[in-house]
Structure formats: C-alpha cells, structure tokens
Design a binder for this molecule. Sequence first.
Ligand code: FEO
Length: 599
Amino acid sequence: MVTLITPRQPDFRLPRVTPQLAPQPGLQMAPQVPPQGRLTLQTQTIAADTIALRCLDWDRERFDIEFELNNGTTYNSFLIQGEKTALIDTSHRKFQALYCDYLDTLVDLSRLDYLIISHTEPDHSGLVSDILALVPEVTIVGSKVAIQFLENMVHRPFAHRIVKQGDRLELGNGHTLEFISAPNLHWPDTILTYDTGTQVLYTCDVFGMHYCDDCLVDQVPEMLAADFQYYYDCLMGPNARSVLAALKRIEPLTINLIATGHGPLLQHHIATWLDRYRTWSEALVATATYVAVLYTEDYGYSEHLAQAIAHGISRTGMGVELVDMGSTHPHDVREILGRAGGFVVGMPPQTTGATAHPLLSTILTTASPKQAFGVFESGAGQDEPLYPFRNQLREIGLTEAFPPILIKAPPTEATDQLCDEAGTDLGQWLNRDRTVKQLKAVNSDLEKALGRLSNGLYLLTARKGEVTGAMLASWVIQSSFKPLGVTIAVANDRAIVSLLQVGDRFVLNVLEEGNYQGLMKHFLKRFPPGADRFAGISTYTGSNGSPILAEALAYLECEVISRMACSDHWLVYCQVQAGRVAKPDGLTAVHHRKVGNHY
Ligand code: FEO
C-alpha cells in the first residue's frame, strides 16, 4: 500500500528526530560558524580518491518556497582526485567562508580541473562564482541548459564542456565519469554523474532528503523514511514520468553508493530507496494526465522553447513528458503519445536523413481526436513546414490549444512568456472537465457558509523586464502593520505566478464600486499566449516599474517578501512601499459569492 502525500502540503510536519549514532571513522568536523543558525561542515572519504564535503544547516526551517523543514538540511558536494581533479557541485552561499577555506585545505585549488554542475539551483551552485574567482581556468561541466543558466548567473566568461546522456570524462587513476541526463529532476538542466571506477552515483537532488545529521550514510532507514517520502512528494512526484525515465537510465549500473546532494548518502538500502521512487512514480503516472512535448535537441532553440512550454503546462498540475525526437524510437513515441492527454511538437529539421523527420508520420497516425495539441518552430530556419502538419492534426479532429508559435530569432523574456502561457492554456484545456465538475458539485452547507466571506476586488499588474502580467484578485487581505504588508492568494495555475517570486514588485490596483465592470470584463477575457494585456487600457508607470491603472480607485506598490504553498494556491506576502488614493470619496468594489468552492 502506497500512501501519497499531496505535493507541497504546507502543514505536514514531521517530528524532530535526533539520532544518537557514533561518529564515522575518519570523519572530520570543521569549526562551527555562528551566524544564521548552526552551520557546520563535515568531510569524509567515501571511496578511493573521493571525499564528501557536507555542509550541515542544522536550523533551516524552510527550503526556499517549497516546503517546511523540520530536520534542517545539508548541501553535499564531492571531490574526486584522480590524475585530474573534479569537484561535483558546490554549496549554498551561506557556507561561503567555511566551504571555500576548507576546500583549500583539502586540495591544491590550482589543480582543480573540473567543476561538475548537476543542476544550477543556488543551494548547490551558490559558490560557483567563488570557485571561478579562485580557479579561473577550471572547466565547468554540465548540460547545455545548465551552462546557459550559468552564463546568466556568473556574468563572466568561463571554460565549459557540455555533456549529454552517455558522455564520458576521464579523470585517470581508474576514475571515468559517465553522465546521465535526468531533465526535470527537478530542474530542466539536471544530470547525474557515475564514476565507473568507484561505482558511486552522484545524484544531487535526486534521492535526497532534507535531513541534517552528522551520520554520513543511511544506517537507520526508519529514521529517514518520512523525510525521504516528503522530499519525493514535494520535488520529484510532480515529475513522476521523468523519475521513471531516469530510473531506466541508471538500471544497468552497479551502484555501491548513491551520493546525494541533500541528507545522508545512500549505501545500505539502495534497492529499497530506488524501489520506493519507482513504486511512487508508477502510481502517480498510472492516474495522472500528461502532455508529451516533442522537440529536437541541438536544433535551433527547440529544447529551450520546449522547456518553457513544459513549465507552463506544469503550472496547471499536468504531468509533462519531454521527448527528444532525435533519439527516441518511433515505437516509444507511439507509446508515449497514445497515453497522453495532449502533445506539443517542435518542428524538426527537414534535412535529408534527419532522424526526427519520420516521426511526424508516427505522430499523425497515433494522434486521437480526443487530444489537444500545439506546434512551434525552433528558430533554426530549416524546420519541416509547420502549417501543413498543423492542418492535418486539425483535420483529424484534434483541438488546437494555442496558435502556432513561430520563432525567428533567439528567445527573449517575451517569447519565453508566450511559450509558458501557451503551455498553461493547453494544461487548462485538459483540466476543463475537472473544473466544470467542481463548479457543478453539490454545494454543502459548509461551502455555502464559506461563500459568505466577502472580499474586495483588485487588479494586480506587474512588469518584469519585457514581461507583463495582470490578474483580477479578490483574495487580498492586509496582514501586518510594521512593515505595512498585504497577503494575496493566487491560484497555482495563473501565469502571473512567475512574476510574484520573492523580491518581485507589482501594483495592486483597488477597483471602485460602480466603476469596475469595464476593467473586469477586459482582464477576464481569454488572452492569446503572449498578448499585451494592457492594449487599449489607460495606464501610467509606477515608481516600481509596474503599470498603474488610470481608472483605479487607489493603488499600492508592493514587493514580494515571502510565499507559502497552500494546496492549490500560493499565499504571497508583500510589503507595501507606496500608494495613493485617486478618489477620496470612492468605495472599494466588493465581490459577493454564494459558495466557497470557486471564486
Ligand atoms: Fe537542492 Fe534543486 O536544489
């Protein structure tokens, strides 16, 4: 029997467990550093020529926006010293001095040849800039997407090597590193690294857990089981298909040790841990609707655009299966498409002999009228013609979820937003039956009572770089005096969620009773992906750069301070930094509902 916990369930708390286990032989503890809670560093040899550096963050209570932590966390990185030396991942910035100073005592940094980046999330790549400052000639190794992300993070040139599934890197002394592509676990740029000499598999987030303890490995699995599952539910469960794909790729490997990026390393119960990932993922995949996104790796911006569309689809709670048409057998494509609720196709190159080309016929013969689809061009200029293919799908009876996306130049923030919103439209189309069913559900007394909570009516408007967004909001409440703060509940599947990250700024426009229908009608319209929401609306720019609606009764300029996941909504807490009332005698528009099971 498998118990699945709702992903990102915010109130799920685990008891604090403090195991009393003997320190490991050979283990060294670096001095504690007082700021920001208790931070310590643990190092230990884990295999021939291989040292683990574990940054122990004993008191961390929240992991970014994702979930509450009750047992702290660790950030693990690894040093392999063959004839060449490689560091696998770094650490969180808060460990800067502790980590860099200690690394300097472990290895002659001038001899560091490679820095392998499993993925670019800052808890592991937070010290990449510091390593580059210490060793400017180090070669950074990562997936193509990871290297692109890093270029935007470190703002300086660096030597790099892009690796794909199956690529190898010789370190000498019997250490050959083999790379395993694991996109979406849980970032698009993820790779795993396998040392064929020591048979250690370095997995970073995958198989990790937020569990801080100086016990290096999984000696007492009962103590770890709940944290292991909670971590899976929050980070990996939403990408269950990708988990199964990664498990398939590591199946042929003989694994002595799984060196994770968080929590203890997995040594004593490897088969059990792998089996849990497999069982949980299979259960999720069996019930969940998903969208297949087909692209061609290394062709134009196909992969980048596919990732942006996949991101938008994920926001609606739909699963996503990314399929590289250049390396996937037609039989597998048929199988993946056959079970998908919908699919998106990035047009492959029409060059003779291209492996992706024949797959278009496979797609046409597998597609079902019940499915929704979308198509995009990659920007490489030699795509198979898009419109004939799209028209054939429409003739079969499929629903086109978004207009064709035609990219002629390198992607920008605006095209990323277009792709993201197109993905969200497709996901929402697939969710439509569920939504209608919810609306039609018999309303209980409880739901009717909940519907009597009244709210004001507001329009949230935001600009971030080239990207703008707007959303009608009613779940808004003042929630602090010092500083002045408000909290807004935003449904997970709203595209504007990406403009409400911590540190983002926006305007909360207060609508006026008797004078809001025009604005409400305009912003409730279904906009095509990437459309300008403000066309035809009178606005001026606030001091934080976001649009202020000229017709608003009042406005507040806000900055996001923190976010909390609450089941199907984000609670976004913001500090109010400026504001003005345009009509002192006007009243705030009020939203009255009958039931509490929808807006
Ligand atoms: Fe532990 Fe995705 O970073």
